[in-house]
Design a protein around this ligand. Structure first.
Ligand SMILES: [Zn+2]
Length: 305
């Protein structure tokens, strides 16, 4: 089985509300980067009175574009997939302007506590001030005017990541958990590989028809795509175990080999991704280290096997 078929064809149409499904519009923020592709997608759901999903970063241009697209329509709810700064901060301003209630799994939190001496590489990119008005639980449905959205909790990219299913349409707003243009970043301490894999399985079993992600275009064959994502992660894990069995002891050496075809500017992120796999492998008893798994830790094959 080959790697997932990523789709890099995407026209951001910055500032425009692009119809992507009946009753669903997408507005892409002008914040392109190696991590955000062409930018963050905000979605407007409904006709008369609407929900906004992932208002985006604190960005004046985007706030103006969103306000223009809403064109006087009532906003009753603001859904937030997770608390990275490219998704959640503008929720406060949209709320101040509209009085809408903010719906999310919860405030930002890491998947595990920080180890002694560990610094959180995501402290800067996380929206630590975020507080939802409605803490949505798995399976909770919020009814709006002609739409209802159900929370599908999908931890992994962040501990508080949620996808939202638009009932009766087969549409799932998948946030940064599943995106068509690239794999999701899963990096400790905010992210957890075992949670991510469990969340992938959960979505595969749902049989949604189409995913509308936080970056890039729709994922139109979600099941085969997500199965390929799983295979891709398992292959990475296998490559990592092979490196450890071949004698590599630290993450930097493993990254050099496993990510030799990746832009070196992304090697820092790659190292965190390797750490995420390593945490999972240590947990499952496949490899060993001294103390908690860390970026600068030393790793060896498990002796008991
Ligand atoms: Zn994002």
């Amino acid at each position: 089985m080959a790697s997932p078929e990523f789709n890099l064809a995407f026209e951001p149409s910055y500032g425009q509300a692009v119809p992507v499904a009946p009753g669903v519009q997408r507005i892409t923020v002008h914040n392109p980067s190696a991590f955000t592709f062409h930018g963050t997608n905000s979605y407007i759901v409904g006709h008369g009175s609407v929900a906004v999903i992932d208002p985006g970063p604190e960005d004046e241009g985007h706030f103006q574009a969103l306000t223009a697209a809403l064109a006087g329509r009532e906003v009753t709810h603001i859904f937030v997939s997770h608390t990275h700064r490219d998704h959640s901060p503008l929720s406060r301003r949209v709320q101040a302007a509209t009085g809408a209630q903010i719906v999310a799994q919860g405030p930002h939190r890491a998947a595990r506590p920080l180890h002694q001496g560990e610094i959180n590489p995501f402290a800067e990119s996380s929206d630590l001030d975020f507080r939802p008005d409605i803490a949505i639980e798995d399976g909770d449905t919020i009814e709006g005017d002609g739409w209802s959205l159900t929370g599908v909790l999908t931890p992994g990219h962040t501990a508080n990541h949620a996808a939202f299913a638009l009932e009766g349409t087969g549409i799932l707003f998948s946030g940064d958990h599943v995106m068509g243009w690239a794999t999701s970043i899963v990096a400790p301490p905010d992210g957890s590989m075992s949670d991510y894999m469990t969340s992938l399985d959960k979505l595969i079993e749902r049989h949604d028809r189409i995913l509308l992600p936080g970056h890039g275009g729709p994922v139109r064959k979600p099941i085969s795509f997500m199965r390929a994502l799983k295979t891709h992660r398992r292959m990475r894990e296998r490559a990592l175990l092979d490196r450890i069995h071949a004698g590599d002891r630290n993450i930097a050496d493993m990254v050099k080999v496993i990510y030799r075809e990746t832009d070196p500017r992304l090697h820092g992120a790659a190292a965190l991704s390797v750490l995420a796999h390593i945490e999972d492998l240590v947990e499952r008893g496949e490899i060993e280290t001294d103390g908690p798994p860390a970026l600068l830790g030393s790793y060896r094959p498990a002796t008991r096997r």
